[in-house]
Write a protein that binds this ligand. Structure first.
Ligand code: HEM
Length: 120
């Protein structure tokens, strides 16, 4: 009986030691690689080729947007936004050219027109 008690106790402590040291003997968890959703990128020189009212790309905050179909819906006079087709327009978008930020709704709308990242 006493022997059984000693064996059970030893087993218990061994088990506990095993749990406490899992870092040492279990393989480290392998981190899942981040999904590469979209690796497409366009350089500013490519953006510059799309500079008309029916083919209008803009680079805004490191992303490239094809805004061709949105232009007629933009609430400002057309020339205000047309002037930025084919260009780096982060500052124009940030300030509306009069130190007024676009709304969160505008930000959500913008996201719908993203086509790629801005590449080197
Ligand atoms: C990059 C050049 C742009 C300029 C200079 C510009 C400028 C303006 C101006 C002057 C207005 C009207 C006056 C005002 O609300 O203060 C306006 C409103 C607005 N713009 Fe733009 N805009 C630009 C790009 C864009 C883009 C790319 C989007 C979205 C795809 C957008 C979405 C809106 C919306 C939704 C409004 C209504 C007001 C608001 O929600 O902020 N704009 N913008």
């Amino acid at each position: 009986m006493r022997q059984l008690f000693i064996i059970a106790t030893a087993f218990f402590w061994l088990l506990l030691l095993g749990f406490a040291t899992t870092d040492l003997w279990l393989p480290a968890e392998v981190e899942a690689p981040l999904p590469v959703a979209d690796s497409k990128a366009y350089a500013l020189s490519e953006v510059a080729r799309h500079n008309s009212s029916d083919d209008c790309w803009m680079a805004i905050n490191g992303e490239v947007y094809d805004l061709s179909s949105y232009l007629p819906d933009h609430p400002s006079p057309p020339e205000v936004i047309l002037a930025w087709c084919g260009r780096e327009a982060s500052e124009a978008y940030r300030s509306k050219m009069k130190e007024r930020a676009h709304s969160a709704r505008a930000d959500r709308l913008l996201a719908e027109y993203r086509i790629a990242a801005l590449g080197p």
